[in-house]
Design a protein around this ligand. Structure first.
Ligand code: 6LW
Length: 503
């Protein structure tokens, strides 16, 4: 049996391809750099991140003005003629583009821009080597992927059963048919997957006998928002679907804090049509079974390069970080005075578990630095050290509050953020532990409704504050991402000895 999600944390809009016995999967990455994380698997269940498709500014231009949840939308990965292709959209840049590579771990090419409107582009080749691209809406074009030329079309084709936002289209050539898989209903609770087919990529496409073929809308299932799917035929001939889904928590309305995650569900064919779902938390596993060693909880920054799972908002300028200035440490240099606006030094990783502990050990020196749990510039909780004090700061939309403050001795300091889904504090009691500096954060009395979790902040083992996690959720912050936890510096320089993520 395997557990869903197979790639937890904010890994939305998954696309998958097979090359021999190897599977590769990519996800959207929005305002984060590097972009389009790529994963490898030998069984569709156990995935290891092997890099990022977009890992240099020439490929990924995300200026300070690129909004949170802007940037890189859904990608598609395909393997054709011994080459890997990824097509995606920079909605904060020039739109749709293609990059290619011989080896999926990279390096990937510079972008080949393609003048097609829409998002969620997909590539498929026919028997004659023609390359067909379908984009949201849905529109199909014949293209030259190496030159970025549109050779024919776009032709409007089937756009679903009438749900909002017809998107995430993928074309598959199966048994003489062209199948068009797509999503509709929007990427929230109304999400659904629909199917149609045609004898030609230009259409007309006839809808399947039952649509949508997959949705969890209106159900009480723990997994929700199922949609944005991609199909793959495994090496043993069985068919599988990767898709995005969420695991909302809390009282009504529920809150999703991990973002849209990648799930896997088996596909069966009935009368020439794919059928899938429901997506369970546990499923019988594919025949192939290739477990991978777990990711180490602690990064000691002893490696010559940063692991691919480390991400930063928009860019990570040279000079803002170093693994060599103080060997065995990550040294960060401030590039901006606040986390409240773009262009600051933050290096983090996705929160991937509902219950986890995130901690780090740093030498702040004269810097202002710390650990932050963020959704975006307007929604983050910071555990900060500077000027001989540790403080908990909550930024929630227009509000910014110092929640707690504690004098700390000079020298090395250990910061920890503990996130728990049990013993959740009702909002009225969330706040500082040892007395407010400037008034407690409290909600109107009587609002006992529980959020998704409680976020606790401690320094050198002393608990400073506990805050309601609902304010760092998609339902509050909006957007397409999920929580990211990381190290930052907003004044001077600080060196981090290690970073630990334990779940
Ligand atoms: C993605 C599209 C979508 O490209 O949102 O809501 C975009 N649906 O399919 C970002 O996830």
């Amino acid at each position: 049996m395997y557990d869903n999600p197979v790639v937890p944390g904010f890994h939305p809009d998954p696309s998958v391809c097979r090359a021999g016995d190897d599977y590769y999967l990519v996800c959207s990455s929005f305002e984060y750099f590097p972009g389009v994380p790529i994963f490898h698997s030998r069984d569709l269940v156990h995935w290891r991140q092997i890099g990022n498709v977009l890992d240099r500014p020439a490929q990924l231009d995300l200026p300070p003005g690129a909004t949170a949840s802007g940037g890189i939308y859904a990608p598609t990965i395909r393997h054709h003629d011994g080459r890997f292709y990824v097509i995606t959209t920079n909605v904060s840049g020039r739109g749709n583009f293609i990059v290619t590579a011989e080896r999926p771990a990279g390096p990937w090419s510079d972008p080949v821009w393609i003048d097609l409107p829409g998002i969620d582009p997909d590539l498929t080749w026919d028997e004659d080597g023609n390359c067909w691209c379908v984009v949201s809406g849905n529109h199909v074009s014949r293209v030259d992927p190496d030159k970025g030329k549109v050779l024919e079309g776009p032709y409007p084709v089937w756009s679903g059963t009438g749900g909002k936002y017809p998107e995430a289209p993928h074309l598959y050539r199966v048994d003489g048919w062209w199948y068009l898989l797509m999503s509709e209903g929007g990427t929230e609770r109304g999400h659904a997957v629909s199917i149609a087919r045609s004898r030609s990529p230009r259409g007309p496409f006839d809808p399947g006998p039952v649509n949508p073929i997959l949705t969890h809308r209106g159900t009480g299932r723990p997994i929700q928002s199922t949609g944005h799917a991609d199909l793959v035929q495994a090496a043993d001939g069985t068919w599988w679907m990767v898709l995005l889904a969420t695991r909302p928590r809390g009282y009504t309305p529920e809150f999703q804090v991990l973002g849209r995650e990648t799930c896997l569900t088996p596909v069966r064919w009935e009368d020439g049509w794919p059928v899938a779902g429901p997506v369970e938390e546990r499923h019988p596993a594919p025949a192939a079974w290739h477990p991978l060693p777990g990711e180490p909880a602690r990064d000691d920054f002893d490696a010559a390069a940063l692991a691919p799972s480390w991400i930063s908002p928009r860019d990570r300028p040279d000079g803002s970080w170093s693994l060599t200035e103080r060997p065995g440490r990550l040294t960060l240099h401030a590039t901006g005075p606040t986390l409240d606006r773009p262009s600051h030094t933050f290096i983090g990783r996705r929160q991937q578990h509902h219950d986890c502990r995130i901690s780090t050990c740093l030498e702040p020196g004269n810097a202002t630095a710390g650990l932050s749990l963020r959704m975006d510039e307007a929604h983050h909780y910071d555990l900060e050290v500077g000027d001989g004090h540790a403080r908990v700061i909550a930024r929630i939309g227009p509000l910014r509050q110092n929640v707690a403050e504690h004098r700390i001795p000079p020298g090395t300091v250990t910061l920890a953020i503990d996130i728990r889904t049990d013993r959740i504090l009702p909002p009225s009691t969330a706040g500082p532990i040892s007395g407010p500096i400037s008034g407690p954060i409290s909600e109107p009395a009587g609002v006992g409704a529980r959020g998704p979790d409680t976020v606790a902040f401690s320094v050198n083992g002393t608990l400073l504050a506990e805050l309601d996690g609902r304010y760092l959720s998609t339902e509050v912050a909006t957007g397409f991402t999920g929580r990211v936890a990381g190290m930052y510096v907003t004044r001077g320089s600080a060196s981090f000895d290690w970073f630990d993520y334990s779940a």
